[in-house]
Unconditional design. Structure first.
Lengths: 114, 112
């Protein structure tokens, strides 16, 4: 089991560029989510998905798109990067249903937008 | 709105000192609470979790937390910290739709 994997680990973009952060899990988890981590603000939910074909917005969705075509993958797209999107991005997954909804986190992607 | 608050932003302790990190939540429904730890340069790892039953929850690495419903609190404790406990600690609550709501995080620095 690789758990939750994210690529790339580091990325530098110029303002206006687009890119996709990749996230994959091999635990057959239905629930996946993307967070951004900023100093003094903890982790904030960007988008989440409760299963293939189903996505929804979290707390800070603006500037980001997601899709969920398979159970395993949940990519996060930045269509036109802005300096305010400089952050560390974490993907997480968990089983849906029940109350033992422990989330497993990936290693993160550190993104800098110049 | 559901929220989680951690009032200690940065805590500095000497080795062998006792630790208590505060966490308060606001959520009226069934409470599922977590503490995560993030060591420097690493991803978040689960320290412990509370779903029901005994309000005193024991986690990994000698950490424990106590759920006090009347105070809406879930404070993290450790009797004697080590230098290797230097990390950032996040309290989180499970909100509606399975979404995790995180506190702001507390950075712990342990001096050898």
């Amino acid at each position: 089991n690789a758990g939750v994997t994210q690529t790339p680990k580091f990325q530098v973009l110029k303002t206006g560029q687009s890119m996709t952060l990749q996230c994959a899990q091999d635990m057959n988890h239905e629930y996946m989510s993307w967070y951004r981590q900023d100093p003094g603000m903890g982790l904030r939910l960007i988008h989440y998905s409760v299963g293939a074909g189903i996505t929804d917005q979290g707390e800070v969705p603006n500037g980001y798109n997601v899709s969920r075509s398979t159970t395993e993958d949940f990519p996060l797209r930045l269509l036109s990067a802005a300096p305010s999107q400089t952050s560390v991005y974490f993907c997480a997954s968990s089983r849906t249903g029940g109350r033992t909804n422990e989330q497993f986190f990936g290693p993160g992607t550190r993104l800098t937008v110049l | 709105a559901q929220s989680v608050s951690q009032h200690n932003h940065h805590v500095i302790l000497s080795e062998a000192a006792s630790l208590e990190l505060g966490c308060n939540y606001s959520y009226g429904g069934t409470v599922n609470l977590f503490w995560y730890v993030q060591y420097p340069g690493q991803h978040l790892q689960l320290l412990l979790k509370y779903f029901s039953g005994d309000p005193l929850v024991k986690g990994i690495k000698g950490f424990e937390a106590e759920f006090i419903k009347s105070k809406f609190s879930f404070n993290l404790r450790k009797p004697s910290v080590q230098w290797s406990d230097t990390a950032e600690y996040f309290c989180a609550a499970l909100g509606q739709g399975g979404k995790l709501i995180f506190g702001q995080g507390t950075e712990l620095s342990v001096k050898p």
